[in-house]
Design a protein around this ligand. Sequence first.
Ligand code: NYM
Length: 212
Amino acid sequence: MSVKKACRGALIVLEGCDRVGKTTQAKLLVESLKNNGKPAQLMNFPDRTTAIGKMLDQYLKQSQELDDHAVHLLFSANRWECVSSMEKLLQEGTTLVVDRYSDSGIAFSAAKGLPVSWCAASDSGLPRPDLVLFLTLGGTELSSRGGYGQERYEEDSFQQRVMRNYNELKRDYWNVVNADEKSVEQLHSELLPLVTSAVAAAEDKPLLTLDW
Ligand code: NYM
């Protein structure tokens, strides 16, 4: 009797500038996937619960200063410390919906003036996303969103540099979605079909690694 190997889950990443709505959309996507019978789990980077994540939390809340190179490597290490659990979940068939990942690491650190190639090197070999949903918003709409300005980097000229860097990083597995003037529900109904197709397409494909 042949036993069918479990299909793997997909690695879905949401990217974009601060306050664009990634976190809300990531949660809704996990709920919808589960409602449709697909095992799914939410993850977010930085994962502020680990020892490294706690240092990053203090840095982002501006209660600790760190060298730009050192903080970049901490963000990267915060992803690496999750790789074995991510790979296990994906291989068991759970789709991971991840709120920020490697592209955030590069786009934000490069906005401080670090070379893109240097920023990318520490993430080489991480699991490669099957789909990156890149959410965009007009600049003024971004800064008027609740909570904007409370953490490090939440400042318009910095966010514009981040946006320019993101545009340089686009790959063929990216999907750019304009979130301007869309309700949470409208945006969700635009994203869900993209995620559903990526989940179906990933089932029989091997998990690749980032080759920056
Ligand atoms: N951030 C996030 C980085 O600078 N590098 C990274 O590798 C990651 C994952 O952390 N402004 C920045 C982007 C955000 C901040 O993210 C916190 P969030 O999604 O607001 O918790």
